[in-house]
Design a protein around this ligand. Structure first.
Ligand code: KQY
Length: 367
């Protein structure tokens, strides 16, 4: 990619809200056997369904290894899906893809954050991550888009949400974690976000969801539904470790204002009941030295918040839980002009994330 040495803010570029029109959605094909059970076969079926559901309204591009190219092409065959052979370490495009930025003229560029697999050698989720760190620049190259590289600043796309009007939400648990940018103070981290995303107000939630292996990515916990309105994962079960986290986050949100000085309305979205991988599911995952081991006693961070907003549709994970319908109905109220499309999310959750984590939106270019 053409690497620009200024910053998006200096060049008049900003990160748009997720509900602005998309040119395409980027994904990658799951196959690493030490993260996805049974060699990734059940996850591949789940990813293919996500891709096909998105493709009903928005073009999708899926990055696939040489070994999986033919299989993926067949499983993904749909008119709106393009497959590109690309080497990756895994399939979390929210975190490895570029964060796209745009300007008033509708030009699009990308931010290529340094990536260390959610913590590097200090609690990161696999090693090596060198190919994943190249994914953003490969995508920008493919699209002939210029990019900004932050060699000295680690960030994942799932760690931030913006309203496109100057406000960003994140969590201290992730961005202030020693395993991301230990050389930077909170103020210096804020400055990076201001410069590379053109935001003016950063809202810091203390923590994300309990046992989220990303160190509390906000995209599994809270997101904007429109300027000055967010939806927050919620439980009224006092025995749930998320009980206090939800209330702490709500207090922060209702006691602050956004970049435009507006109060923030908080909508609550129920959490599914606690989800655990079965012994059988865990035993289908290969063991590896540097990879997060799978254990049926560790709760999975299941959340309906991990949905994607794309052209005319919300793609929401379901968990075969009584709250599936409540969550979909609530999102329909919050997004009256979008169709709510649900896709089973368990297989993706077994790998450590969900639909938002495996997708990255590229805004529509006007030039
Ligand atoms: O954004 C995410 N939730 C990524 C999770 C990575 C999990 C790797 N096992």
């Amino acid at each position: 990619m053409t690497v620009l040495t200024s910053t998006p803010r200096k060049d008049g570029f900003f990160m748009p809200a997720e509900w602005t029109p998309h040119q395409q959605i980027w994904m990658a094909w799951p196959e690493r056997p030490d993260n996805w059970r049974l060699g990734g076969k059940p996850a591949q079926a789940a990813f293919a369904l996500v891709a096909k559901t998105i493709a009903e309204t928005t073009p999708v591009t899926v990055l696939v290894s040489a070994q999986q190219y033919s299989n993926a092409c067949i499983q993904l065959s749909a008119s709106n899906i393009r497959v590109i052979e690309t080497t990756t370490n895994d399939a979390w495009l929210r975190d490895t893809g570029p964060t796209f930025v745009t300007n008033k003229a509708g030009e699009v560029r990308g931010v290529d954050w340094a990536f260390n697999a959610w913590g590097g050698l200090e609690g990161g989720l696999y090693f090596p991550w060198d190919q994943d760190d190249l994914v953003a620049s490969k995508i920008l190259n493919n699209e002939r888009l210029a990019g900004y590289r932050t060699d000295d600043f680690v960030l994942e796309g799932g760690a931030i949400h913006v309203d496109g009007e100057g406000t960003l939400i994140t969590t201290e648990e992730c961005l202030l974690n020693h395993n991301r940018n230990p050389h930077l103070t909170k103020e210096q981290i804020e400055n990076q976000l201001r410069e590379y995303l053109s935001v003016d107000k950063i809202i810091w939630l203390k923590e994300g969801l309990y046992k989220d292996e990303t160190n509390g990515h906000v995209d599994n916990f809270c997101c904007f539904v429109k300027p000055a309105e967010v939806v927050l994962a919620w439980t009224d079960d006092e025995t749930d470790p998320n009980y206090q986290r939800c209330r702490d986050a709500e207090q922060v949100l209702i006691n602050t204002t956004d970049a435009q000085g507006r109060s923030i309305t908080v909508h609550r979205l129920p959490l599914p009941q606690a989800i655990y991988a079965s012994e059988e599911e865990c035993s289908g995952v290969d063991k590896a030295f540097a990879t997060q081991p799978r254990n049926p006693s560790i709760r999975l961070a299941g959340s309906y918040i991990n949905f994607l907003i794309t052209n005319g549709a919300i793609i929401m994970p379901t968990f075969n839980d009584p709250a599936d319908h409540l969550a979909a109905a609530k999102l329909q109220i919050l997004f009256p002009n979008h169709a709510i499309k649900t896709v089973p999310g368990r297989e993706i959750l077994l790998g450590g994330g969900n639909i938002h984590c495996i997708t990255q939106q590229q805004p529509m270019s006007a030039v």
